[in-house]
Design a protein around this ligand. Structure first.
Ligand SMILES: Cc1cc2nc3c(=O)[nH]c(=O)nc-3n(C[C@H](O)[C@H](O)[C@H](O)COP(=O)(O)OP(=O)(O)OC[C@H]3O[C@@H](n4cnc5c(N)ncnc54)[C@H](O)[C@@H]3O)c2cc1C
Length: 623
C-alpha cells in the first residue's frame, strides 16, 4: 500500500459515503466542533435520491421529525425541496398519521451540498475507498486516491458493496444506475461479517412527464395544511413551487403481461438470488403473490420542477425493457408513455447487524460504526435515523463522553435500532407504525418533547436547543392551563364550538383537558377555539402538541404502568455469557444468545427462537 499518498490530517470522525445516512452522521458530528470528513464516490451528489423522490410517509414522517429534534438535517432539506405535501393515514387516529413530502430530487441534493459545504469543519473528499485497515494504535486508515486517517469511522455505503444491477437478462456492476460499484465488504475490511444472504431492492422505470395524459388521472394537489418538518421553519411556508401528483391504476391487461412473462423475470427465473423487502414489493411480486388482484395504485410523482421525468410509484421492476414498455403502456393515461430510464434491481452485500451494539458501533472493532442501507434497511429515513445515531455516538466516543442510546419506548429510531441489532436480518427492514408497542405515544406532534432529553444529553448549546427548551416549557404551561381551566355544562365556549363542530351538550362541568378527550371533538380545533375565547394567541404547533397529548393522556396513562414494568424489565442488564453456558437453557437458545450477545432483557426478548422458558428463567434472575 506504499504508493498511497498519506494525508496528514487526523479526522476525529470520518464518514464513508455521502448518502442520507452519511450526511446526517457527518453533520451531527461536526456540531461537536470535531474534525470531520466525508469520503464519497465522485459523480454522486450528497444526499441523492436514487429511488422515490419523497421524504416521510407512514412511520417515516415520525423518524424525520425525531431526526430534526435531535439536530439532524433531513427535515430541513425536505422542506426546502418540498414540491407536494400530504398527510398519510388522515382518516385514522392522530397517532398513526404521518407527513410525506414529494421532493425535487436535484434541489434536495443541491441544498445538501450547500449545507454540508458550508460547515467549516467538514471536508468532502470525492474519492472511492478501496480498503480500510486499523493500525496498532486503533486508528483507521482508509485507502482511496490517498490515505486518510481517523479515530472513528462511520460506514454508510448504501447499496454499493459488490452492487450488481439487473434489467431482464442484462446485468452490470454498479451501486445504482450509472454509478460505479464498491468493492465488497470483505475486501473493504477484514473482520466484519456480512449476512449470508445478499439483499435486493428495485426501482421503477422513469417516464417522460410530457408523454402522460393527465386528464384521465386523479389529481393529488399539495395540502397547504401540512406542517413543515423542521421545527424552526415557519409552519406552513412553502419554499419551492408546489406541483401535483396523479393517481393511475394497473388493470387486468397490465398484470397479464407481467404474469405471462414470468420466465423472463430475473426475480423468478433464478437470476436474482438476493432477498427483497416484503413491504416494498416489485410489480412482479404483486402479480404473482396476488394472482386474483389486477388493480394496484400507481402514483405518478414528479421528480422535480425542472426535470422532465416522473416516478411511477408502485411498479418497480427488473423485467426486460420490452416488457416494461408493454405493461406501462397498458395503464390508462400512460398509453403513449416514453420511458427515459428503465427500472432495475440492485443486489448488494449487507452487514450482519447482530455484531453491532445499540450505538451502531461494531462489538469487536471499537470505533467502527455502520449506518444506513448497508445495515440491511431500506429507505432514506431509516438510513438517516441510523446516521444520526452513529454520528453522534462516534463524536461522543471521540470526546470520551457517555454514549447516547435511544429507547424503543419513546422513538421509532430506537425501535429500528433495537430490532436491527437483536436479530440477523433475512430480508430488508422497513419501519412502519406497527413495529412499535408504544405508538400512541411515539407521534409526530410530540417529537420535540420526546427527543428533548436526548438532545440535552448531547450537551450542545445551539439556537435549536434554545428553541426546543422554550417549546417544552410552553407545552407545560399550556398543559397546566388545560388541566386547571374548567368549562361549565352550558357555556359560551360550548355554544361557540357548536358553530364549528357537531357538538353535544356536556353532561358535567369538566376541565379543558377532559373536554379534549371527548371522542366527538377534534382536539386541535377545540383548543384553538377555547384559546381564542380567552384572547390567547398561541402558536399552532404548540396547540397541536398539547391538544393531541391531552386527547391520548387517558390511554397513555393506562398503559404507562404496564410499560413502566416492561421498561424496567427490558432495561435489566443481563450476562449473555452466563446464560449461554447454562444447562437450564436449551442448546438452540444458547447458540442464538452466544451469537447475538444481548446486553439487556429487552434485546434477549427480541431474538427469534428464544423460548418463553428461557425468558422466564432470566426474568426471575435465576441466571
Ligand atoms: C435501485 C434502488 C431502489 C431503491 N428502492 C427504494 C425504495 O423503494 N424505497 C426506499 O425507501 N428506498 C429505496 N432505495 C433505497 C434508498 O436509496 C436507500 O435506502 C437510501 O439511499 C440509503 O441511504 P444510505 O445513506 O444508506 O446509502 P446511499 O444513499 O446509497 O449512499 C451511499 C453512499 O456511499 C457512497 N459509497 C459507496 N461505496 C463507496 C466507496 N467504496 N467509497 C466511497 N464512497 C462510497 C456512495 O457514493 C453514496 O454516496 C433504493 C435504492 C436503489 C439504488
Amino acid at each position: 500500500m506504499e504508493h498511497f499518498r498519506e494525508i496528514h490530517i487526523m479526522y476525529d470522525v470520518l464518514v464513508l459515503g455521502g448518502g442520507h445516512a452519511g450526511i446526517e452522521a457527518a453533520y451531527i458530528a461536526s456540531q461537536f466542533n470535531l474534525r470531520v470528513g466525508i469520503i464519497t464516490m465522485p459523480g454522486i451528489a450528497l444526499g441523492s435520491a436514487p429511488c422515490n423522490p419523497s421524504v416521510g410517509g407512514v412511520g417515516k414522517g415520525q423518524v424525520v421529525r425525531e431526526i430534526d429534534a435531535l439536530g439532524g438535517i433531513m427535515g430541513l432539506l425536505a422542506d426546502k425541496a418540498g414540491i407536494q405535501f400530504r398527510t398519510l393515514n388522515e382518516s385514522k387516529g392522530f397517532a398513526v398519521q404521518s407527513s410525506r413530502v414529494q421532493i425535487d430530487k436535484d434541489l434536495y441534493s443541491r441544498e445538501a451540498e450547500l449545507l454540508i459545504g458550508s460547515v467549516p469543519n467538514i471536508d468532502i473528499i470525492r474519492q472511492k475507498a478501496l480498503r480500510v485497515t486499523t493500525n496498532s494504535a486503533g486508528i483507521f486508515e482508509v485507502y482511496a486516491n490517498a490515505l486518510y486517517s481517523a479515530k472513528k469511522l462511520v460506514v454508510t455505503v448504501g447499496t454499493f458493496l459488490n452492487g450488481r444491477l439487473h434489467t431482464g437478462s442484462q446485468q452490470a456492476n454498479g451501486g445504482r444506475f450509472g454509478c460505479d460499484q464498491s468493492v465488497g465488504l470483505n475486501d473493504l475490511f477484514s473482520g466484519v461479517k456480512t449476512c449470508s444472504n445478499r439483499f435486493k431492492t428495485g426501482t421503477p422505470p422513469r417516464l417522460n412527464k410530457n408523454s402522460i395524459d393527465y386528464s384521465v388521472l386523479e389529481e393529488q394537489p399539495s395540502d397547504p395544511d401540512v406542517r413543515n418538518f423542521h421545527c424552526m421553519h415557519l409552519g406552513f411556508a412553502r419554499m419551492a413551487k408546489q406541483i401535483s401528483c396523479y393517481l393511475a391504476k394497473t388493470n387486468q391487461s397490465t398484470m397479464d403481461i407481467i404474469r405471462t412473462n414470468r420466465e423472463r423475470s430475473p426475480m423468478f427465473n433464478g437470476q436474482i438470488t438476493a432477498v427483497g423487502a416484503r413491504y416494498c414489493p416489485s410489480i412482479e411480486d404483486k402479480a404473482h403473490r396476488y394472482p386474483d388482484k389486477h388493480i394496484h395504485h400507481v402514483f405518478i410523482e414528479p421528480e422535480g420542477i425542472d426535470l422532465d421525468t416522473v416516478y411511477p410509484s408502485g411498479i418497480s421492476s427488473s423485467l426486460p425493457m420490452d416488457i416494461q414498455t408493454k405493461y406501462v403502456r397498458s395503464i390508462q393515461g400512460l398509453e403513449n408513455a416514453v420511458i427515459e430510464v428503465y427500472g432495475y434491481a440492485v443486489e448488494y452485500d449487507v452487514v450482519d447487524t447482530t455484531f453491532l451494539g445499540l450505538t451502531l458501533e461494531h462489538k469487536t472493532i471499537p470505533g467502527l460504526y455502520f449506518a444506513g442501507q448497508v445495515n440491511g434497511t431500506s429507505g432514506y429515513e431509516e438510513a438517516a435515523g441510523q446516521g444520526i445515531v452513529a454520528g453522534v455516538n462516534a463524536a461522543l466516543s471521540s470526546l470520551g463522553k457517555e454514549p447516547l442510546i435511544l429507547s424503543r419506548h419513546d422513538s421509532y429510531i430506537g425501535v429500528m435500532i433495537e430490532d436491527l441489532t437483536s436479530n440477523t436480518r433475512d430480508e430488508p427492514y422497513r419501519l412502519f407504525t406497527a413495529r412499535s408497542e408504544n405508538r400512541l405515544y411515539i407521534r409526530e406532534d410530540n417529537s420535540l418533547i420526546r427527543m428533548w432529553p436526548y438532545r440535552t444529553k448531547m450537551g450542545l448549546e445551539l439556537p435549536l436547543d434554545q428553541y426546543i427548551a422554550n417549546f417544552v416549557l410552553s407545552v407545560e404551561v399550556l398543559g397546566s392551563f388545560c388541566d386547571e381551566t374548567m368549562i361549565p355544562e352550558s357555556s359560551i365556549i360550548m355554544a361557540r364550538l357548536a358553530g364549528i363542530e357537531p357538538t353535544q351538550q356536556l353532561s358535567k362541568r369538566m376541565s379543558v383537558a377532559e373536554l379534549l378527550r371527548q371522542a366527538w371533538l377534534n382536539p386541535i380545533t377545540t383548543l384553538q377555539e377555547i384559546l381564542l375565547f380567552y384572547g390567547l394567541a398561541i402558536d399552532y404547533d404548540l396547540i397541536r402538541t398539547v391538544a393531541i397529548s391531552k386527547k391520548y393522556d387517558g390511554y397513555i396513562k393506562r398503559s404507562d404502568d404496564h410499560l413502566l414494568k416492561v421498561r424496567k424489565l427490558d432495561g435489566m442488564k443481563i450476562n449473555w455469557e452466563t446464560i449461554s453456558s447454562s444447562g437450564n437453557v436449551s442448546f438452540e437458545c444458547r447458540q442464538r444468545i452466544a451469537r447475538i450477545k444481548p446486553e439487556t432483557f429487552g434485546q434477549l426478548k427480541l431474538i427469534d427462537g428464544i423460548r418463553p422458558a428461557t425468558l422466564a428463567v432470566v426474568a426471575a434472575k435465576a441466571l
